[in-house]
Each structure stands twice: as structure tokens, then as C-alpha cells.
Design a protein around this ligand. Structure first.
Ligand code: IMP
Ligand code: MG
Length: 202
């Protein structure tokens, strides 16, 4: 593998399109566009190219963390120009609230045996880092060749544990966000961009 690439995102390139502004304006629960569809596409293509270089010739298994990462994983996998395998895990750490409970539970385990495989965990967002710390430890115990992490979003400044992320899409401010797979109470996952969520609109 090549040198570790710690992506820092492209904070200057998040300008929302007119359709996105219209959508967040029409819904009082949506604040502002945090990452527009265009920026998501560009960053996903760039990360896919990095992964393609780093894993050339290695058996790569993408492990998506359900449900939030499903959309990013679908787009990311198409930006990786290598044969990849897929598996998914579902963990529960949030329930329907917008605050972390700190409790991680495996709701759906992997189907594929990890021995000898290069595992790339694909996460939607790293908040406290508790979910990821648990997952990494759990997967490392299954004898894989390697375990690395690709997180679409990292909420700035809140990680209680060093998350050691190999690929990062965007570092974002503290607001709770929805869209592009991320939900609040199962809503907003299909939004094609990421917006801040307003719990009690005035
Ligand atoms: P952590 O364990 O505190 O890092 O929480 C990570 C998980 O919480 C993510 O995988 C998400 O499922 C969920 N989460 C954290 N922040 C947000 C958010 O702003 N919107 C939607 N889900 C979130
Ligand atoms: Mg969630």
C-alpha cells in the first residue's frame, strides 16, 4: 500500500446549487446546505481514486455500516477502479434521538469471513468515535490482513477517542446533519445532499 492519505476535505467547495437552496428553504426543519451534491460527487471521485491506488492488487472488502453509509458506499464503490467485495454491518448507537447513548450493539453481523482480507470500513459520520472504536476492535479480532476506515463526515472536535481515519470526505461543524443516507428518525435519507437539521424551528 502507498503512504497513508489523511484527506482533509475541501471546505471551500461546498456552494449549494439553486435547487438545494430551494429545498432547504421550503422545509423549516432543514437549516443550511452543509455539503452540496456537487461537492459530494467530486470528493467521492477523489477518494475512490486514492483507494484505487492504495489497494491495487489487494483483495479489498468494503464493510458498510448500515444504514447511514449505504448511499456513500454505493457511490464510492463505483469510483474505485478495482474488483471489490461488499458486506454490511448494522450497529445501533443512537435510537431515534440526536444524542449519542454511548452504547453500541450489533444488530446485523457480517456474512463474509475476514481472514486474509483487506477491510475498509465505510462510515457515514464520526461523532464521538465510540461506534468506530467498537467496530474496529471487533473486526480486528477476526484476523483480517488490514482494517482501515473511510468516513464521509467527521464532526469537528468532538471525538473522545482518536479515530485514526485513513480517508475523510469532509470535516463539518457541530450541527446535527441529515441527507445522503443520514437520517433523523428514518427521515431525510434520500436527500441528495447534506443539510443541517433544525429540531425546533421557530
Ligand atoms: P458516534 O458513535 O458518536 O461516533 O456516532 C456515530 C453514528 O451516529 C453515525 O454512524 C450515525 O449513524 C450517527 N450520527 C452521528 N451524528 C449524526 C448526524 O449528524 N446525523 C445523523 N446521524 C448521526
Ligand atoms: Mg443513524
Amino acid at each position: 500500500m502507498g503512504d497513508p492519505v489523511h484527506g482533509v476535505g475541501e471546505p471551500g467547495r461546498r456552494e449549494p446549487g439553486p435547487d438545494e437552496v430551494a429545498l432547504v428553504t421550503a422545509d423549516p426543519h432543514l437549516g443550511e446546505v452543509v455539503v452540496g451534491a456537487d461537492a459530494l460527487r467530486r470528493r467521492t471521485a477523489a477518494i475512490g481514486a486514492e483507494i484505487t491506488r492504495d489497494y491495487d492488487g489487494l483483495p479489498l472488502l468494503l464493510v458498510g455500516v448500515l444504514k447511514g453509509a449505504f448511499m456513500f458506499m454505493a457511490d464510492l464503490s463505483r469510483a474505485i477502479d478495482l474488483p471489490v467485495e461488499f458486506d454490511f454491518m448494522a450497529v445501533s448507537s443512537y435510537g431515534n434521538a440526536t444524542k449519542s447513548s454511548g452504547v453500541v450493539r450489533i444488530v446485523k453481523d457480517l456474512d463474509i469471513d475476514l481472514s486474509g482480507r483487506h477491510v475498509l470500513i465505510v462510515e457515514d459520520i464520526i461523532d464521538s468515535g465510540l461506534t468506530l472504536a467498537y467496530l474496529r476492535k471487533n473486526l480486528l479480532a477476526r484476523n483480517p490482513a488490514s482494517v482501515e476506515v473511510c468516513a464521509l463526515l467527521v464532526r469537528e472536535g468532538l471525538q473522545k477517542q482518536d479515530p485514526d481515519l485513513r480517508y475523510v470526505g469532509f470535516r463539518i461543524p457541530p450541527d446535527f446533519v441529515v441527507g445522503y443516507g443520514l437520517d433523523v428518525g428514518e427521515r431525510y435519507r434520500s436527500l441528495p445532499f447534506i443539510a443541517s437539521y433544525v429540531e425546533d424551528p421557530a
